[in-house]
Design a protein around this ligand. Structure first.
Ligand code: FAD
Length: 287
């Protein structure tokens, strides 16, 4: 096993202290669970001179709901989110985070780390995309918020500037008559990255679909939504013909690659299948 390259470890106890450290230190990276970054360091993919551990910053450790917004603090673990009282309001995210890795990974790893790592296979990304999440970003220069889609800049590349920290994930509380679902295919049932994944969000008014969002993981350089499919679903009765047209739109839109986990052809074929399953589960959940 390769040794982890030497680095200096910092453990700030406040957000201000962390932001000051990130502003002043060269080649510094934040760490929360360490379940991605330590693997990258061990593999020689990442070699920071400084690690800024965020775990002692209690002001970033929360899952709460205020004024119609669900807020997830940066250091809240997958397990904390899955077991929180707001879990039933964001079912696709809970489908995803309650199956990431293993209990040990879920007790250390975070949604923040999952999306900042920016893998196209990040399981929490499709649910956050269909729930129209925003992320709050802070640096020593101030604060900004961006839609989750703008965080993903490329495979394992996020859009944060040096010195910036993702501090909070915000999800609008979904309206009555809506539901979401996340489906994934892995090479095993657990403890494995997704070969392909899909999340759907559906809102119904009686028999009519008034809002639809569909998103996919591991089929492009970043997790993506497919607006062409969404506009076909929206305003329809979600009948067989419409879902088939939306499935065709998804098949055309996704551009997966072949890698060690699966072939491009298999991934492309599975996208419409997973989307259908996710839509069906949304309808069951709404009922
Ligand atoms: C055995 C194993 C199984 C796994 N299974 C899955 C799986 O099934 N599905 C899946 O999606 N992933 C899986 N993963 C990957 C990993 O566990 C997740 O991506 C996890 O959510 C990462 O969170 P973390 O807190 O550990 O991130 P960390 O490793 O601490 O950080 C990840 C990256 O984000 C950056 N970062 C951390 N916090 C911030 C912040 N506040 N602001 C800006 N940048 C930040 C770090 O610098 C680093 O680059 C697995 C990993 C392992 C080791």
């Amino acid at each position: 096993m390769k040794p982890i390259p030497k680095f200096q470890y910092h453990s700030p106890e406040s957000l201000d202290e962390a932001l000051a450290l990130l502003a002043e230190l060269d080649n510094a990276l934040p760490l929360i669970g360490g379940t991605d970054i330590m693997v990258a360091m061990r593999n020689g993919v990442s070699a920071p001179d400084h690690i800024v551990d965020l775990n002692e910053i209690s002001e970033l450790d929360y899952v709460k709901e205020e004024n119609g917004i669900i807020m997830i603090g940066a250091t809240a673990t997958h397990a904390q989110v899955a077991n929180s009282p707001i879990a039933s309001k964001i079912p696709s995210l809970i489908d995803a985070v309650s199956r990431i890795g293993s209990p040990q990974i879920r007790n250390r790893g975070t949604i923040t780390g999952n999306i900042c790592n920016a893998s196209p296979a990040a399981d929490s990304a499709p649910p956050l995309l269909v729930h129209m999440a925003e992320v709050e970003i802070q640096s020593s220069d101030g604060k900004r918020s961006i839609p989750i889609a703008d965080l993903f800049a490329g495979p394992k590349i996020n859009s944060l500037k040096p010195g910036e920290l993702l501090t909070e994930i915000r999800i609008p509380v979904p309206p009555v008559g809506s539901a979401s679902s996340f489906k994934r295919i892995g090479r095993r049932k657990a403890f494995t990255l997704s070969v392909v994944s899909s999340a759907a969000y559906i809102q119904m008014d009686g028999e009519t679909c008034t809002d639809a969002k569909v998103a996919f993981g591991s089929v492009a350089i970043t997790p993506i939504r497919v607006p062409e499919a969404e506009s076909l679903l929206r305003g329809s009765k979600l009948d067989e013909e419409t879902v088939k047209a939306a499935s065709d739109a998804v098949y055309e839109a996704v551009k997966p690659i072949t890698d060690v986990r699966g072939t491009a052809e298999y991934r492309k074929d599975m996208c419409p299948v997973l989307m259908r399953r996710a839509i069906e589960q949304c309808l069951e959940r709404i009922r």
